[in-house]
Design a protein around this ligand. Structure first.
Ligand SMILES: [Zn+2]
Ligand SMILES: [Zn+2]
Length: 146
């Protein structure tokens, strides 16, 4: 596990929404195939995660929240449409679009989740593990230094 000293930052396509991560990010990326993530992101929703309190919105701009299910809401830019965040009332972490992060991210694609809902046009990288349901990766490690 590499130690991260640089603050990770990201933004939407138009730059109206900007954020920094004031704590550790999970070093792995989940490619989520669930129907909600596909519709939300327009593809696979590729996400890392941070503790909720570590997501600092530095420019709120056109940030909008959509309640996508009973316990979940999704954050996006109301101006350019970028898919940015996923938050669950049942989870202490926020999912953060890996695609919205400024590079280098230092992250690694680790698993395909919810593959039982994969689109019929999709084909897989055979090297990566697939989970029919949740990724099982959780949030950032507790012991990871900022
Ligand atoms: Zn935008
Ligand atoms: Zn999903």
């Amino acid at each position: 596990m590499s130690k991260r000293k640089r603050r990770q930052s990201g933004r939407c396509l138009c730059g109206s929404v900007r954020f920094v991560i004031a704590g550790p990010l999970r070093p792995t990326v989940i490619a989520c195939h669930c129907r909600n993530c596909r519709r939300f992101s327009g593809g696979l929703f590729t996400v890392t995660a941070a503790r909720k309190e570590h997501l600092v919105i530095t420019k709120k701009g056109s940030l909008k929240w959509f309640k996508s299910s009973k316990y979940n809401k999704r954050g996006f830019c109301g101006k350019c449409g970028s898919s940015l965040f996923g938050v669950s009332d049942q989870w202490p972490f926020v999912s953060i679009s890996a695609a919205s992060l400024n590079e280098p991210t230092g992250l690694k694609l680790a698993v395909h989740s919810w593959t039982e809902e994969s689109a019929d046009y999709w084909s897989f990288d055979p090297k990566l593990p697939r989970r029919r349901g949740p990724s099982g990766l959780g949030g950032p490690p507790e012991n990871l230094e900022q």
